[in-house]
Design a protein around this ligand. Sequence first.
Ligand SMILES: *Cc1c(COP(=O)(O)O)cnc(C)c1O
Length: 597
Amino acid sequence: MSPSPASHSAQSPDLSRRSIVYFSMEIALSPAIPTYSGGLGMLAGDTLRSAADTSAPMVAISLVHRHGYFRQILSDVGQQTEADVPWSPETLPSAEHTVTINIQNRPLQIRAWRFDVVGATGHIVPVYLLDSDVEGNDAWDRHLTDHLYGGDTYYRLCQEAILGLGGIALLQALGVTPEVYHMNEGHAALLTIALLEQRLGGRPLSEATAADREVVRQHCVFTTHTPVPAGHDQFGPDQMNQVLGRDRSMAIEAAGGIHNGLMNMSYLALGLSRYVNGVAMQHGKVSQVMFPEYKVHSITNGVHAATWLSRSFQELFDDEIPDWRTDNRYFRSVYGIDAARIAACHIKNKQKLFAALARRTGHYFNPSVLTLGFARRVATYKRASLLLQDPARLVALAEKIGGLQILFAGKAHPADNAGKALIKDVYEAAVRLNSSSLKIYYIENYDWELGALLTQGVDVWVNTPRRPYEASGTSGMKAALNGVPSLSILDGWWIEGCAENTTGWAIEDAETEAAEAASLYNKLEKSIAPLWSNPNAWARLQQHCIGINGTFFNTHRMLSQYLSNAYFPYTDTQTRVAINAGISNTADIAELAKVRK
Ligand SMILES: *Cc1c(COP(=O)(O)O)cnc(C)c1O
């Protein structure tokens, strides 16, 4: 490894003891960097922030996405258009190595920018953002790392090749020799083929044996994120051959990566991972049914508390339970804090949200009126319109309970016309139904900042997916940490998080959408509104959201489960003791693992 040139603004952290590498196509690193589209990227960012806070020995790989995902613009009838969000990675230090991989039957040079995720005690998790915009590359190839989820399937496959093959090449150049490669979703599955190539050391891939594949498998962990079939990337055999070449294509087939005649990234990851999991208990079970040939575990998602807690709550917890930043289990001690102080933090959050909306949109909302929030990536299974299913009932309900405000937000993928039509439906309903007691508003350009404002500031978080398509959902977890209960379909994380009338409410399962909507309205009218009119009881509910759900649905807990169940699943007492002593000891656990080999 060559010494770092003097031009680097910051010194590279020591990577020699990093035992886990986390691969993700998108990572939400900072509100100012547009390298994410939604839940998957937020989860990746939150995971790394928890890794930094708890000193986990991790490094991460992603793409630079120079033009981001997109900024959403909504016309006055709710028609979505998109704009690029260009950013300049040149403000970041670069990795000292440029690596070359061979795809599309020609060499491709890849460089990397380093973003340091800095934890509460100063521990750094470096993230390498791969960039194909290198002089000397084919002109078209220079744009391969521009658009997150952009282009056609050929473009996507090239991106996934850069992530998997380029990521492994970079790690080798940096001298990182991990024990564990974690694929956050199937996008990164080609790393398994790169590891196989590395193992063969220049011999052709056709010589790889089952024993070689088993060695690779022992190092790989795969998390699948959606039960929606279209969410599992597939590519035709011609494209696979064109981009990856015949040798790799045959190795993919040998690893079980061809399904129904197509290259399938999830099956490739399944075939070469020793641990596979879904992202909530039910999602693990649903995935087990989808992939009966493989064992599928569950580790329920979480959110990074310091990222999603409002300033007022951070100050309260810094005073009362200051160690929460490195150990989220202290949230259980929220019961030692007067519930009225929690309610006071929420009122501040609500005022802050409404002030931001007034600034952004010129619309004024009333802080003393019950306010619901619904913000998601707009996909048809998420059913934004369930709340508006029976407009007459909704209007009557709003009058009866003394007023109701409903805030919507969310982007539809640029190619998703059905999703875009859903946004227009909500717009139309807002125009038709707005009155002195009901106010519906769709907020433009749902992103990190708006997501934080909404989950902190509304009174009830609403989620209405069609079962069983919500793998986990994380927005309701952000809300819970901020003392905001959920009203949701029993799907994803809410099956685990719902304690009726205590942390929120379940919309009852029914045969028809109309019946589900009726359950939603009944809960609003008969359970939520009466409790809302009793401030002491409501404050107690807010306390339960934090004490019961905030304590568990966070990425500190989630990462500790990955460490003990997926990354280093040892059963001997010595290692168990080390793991139970806290995840800050993971470097030692990795050392123990080496000794045991
Ligand atoms: C949290 C978050 C998401 C993910 O929300 P889900 O509830 O998991 O669908 C998506 N986008 C933004 C901006 C977020 O903050």
